[in-house]
Design a binder for this molecule. Sequence first.
Ligand SMILES: Nc1ncnc2c1ncn2[C@@H]1O[C@H](COP(=O)(O)OP(=O)(O)OP(=O)(O)O)[C@@H](O)[C@H]1O
Ligand SMILES: [Mg+2]
Length: 377
Amino acid sequence: MPGIDPEQRLAWLYAVLNLLPSPAQLVEHGSGRIRFANGAARILLPLEADSGREPARADATDAQGRRIPPEQWPHRRAARGELLDGVEITWHRGGERSSFLVSSGSVPAWDGETSLVLLTYSDIGRLRRTEQELREAVRVRDEFVSVASHELKDPLAALLLCVGFLRRLLQKHGAVPADLLRERLEFGERQGQRLGRMIDNLLDVSRIDHGRLQLQVEALDLRDLVHDVVGRYQEQAREAGSLLVVEPSGPVVGDFDRLQLEHALGNLVSNALKYGAARPVTIRLGGDEAAATMEVEDHGIGIAEADHGRIFERFQRAADGHREQSLGLGLYIVRSVVDAHGGSIGVRSEAGRGTTFVVELPRRQLPAGASGPRAAE
Ligand SMILES: Nc1ncnc2c1ncn2[C@@H]1O[C@H](COP(=O)(O)OP(=O)(O)OP(=O)(O)O)[C@@H](O)[C@H]1O
Ligand SMILES: [Mg+2]
């Protein structure tokens, strides 16, 4: 642009750079002085134009998380003549992080002007956050697969042992005494049911994790639900030596998802039997006009106060003695089902004295978003 005042040319260039949505800087070759920083750079980068000073509190790291000393910051390297092509840098300022890919290119010198380097910064903060989330998701999935496959082997091994024992007996004697056969078959059946319950829980969790826990609500009297669940757990109760007691109540009607609540209550009852020290387990219904309540009370080993928060997370098991029968998924499912109903769950417990889980469920479901037909499985 012959005949145009260099100052005017610079003003024009600055105006163009200020229009860019991403940070850009003009840096002097040699000195590393930041001659110009566009609007985005002034907001997003911890570097001041002209002064060339870096605020003392900003720290920088590279893609591997190693610290980058200020003399190695991109504008310094570019000023020394290095050509940067997508160099990653993350600045840390007062607990906040911002990550960029930095590239550089020379701006031709004008008459009498020091030659400049243009640095452009692409914000990759969102990309990094997504990467972090994906890594976490993969970690959770790996943990899920390893815990699940490990624990599922236990009832399966017991079942195979039982079948093998009967087969060998039959081979050897040509017949199995009826009593022994019945006893072994009942044992095998219990192992199969245990396996089934574990698989149910795993499927529930995978549905929850994929956001497919959608409610299919119907008008329901919770007394019917309790009746069904109690019937299903009579066998486990007999095995545990506990009595399942349902406190009488009037109708407790509301809009609920029957199947999901059956799983939730089933998990609470199963826990009460498993950790209930062979003492009676009581199921109590109640509530007011707006919400129904459902309580499951046992008098077993209890849960230390320190564990009350974490037992609702997946794979969290507080009692060491029962690990062989646990995936640590039950309460996670209960909480997810209760959350999906817009309800809440609380626990009252003391180590050694028993536990009461209290579930509160609003009787009416909010129409939009909160309910709908369950996704095709
Ligand atoms: N009624 C209870 N009494 C004492 N401890 C309990 C009771 N319910 C749950 N817990 C503790 O909370 C932990 C988490 O319970 P949760 O139902 O999620 O898993 P789990 O019973 O170990 O395994 P899963 O339900 O997957 O078979 C249990 O391991 C146990 O330590
Ligand atoms: Mg459980």
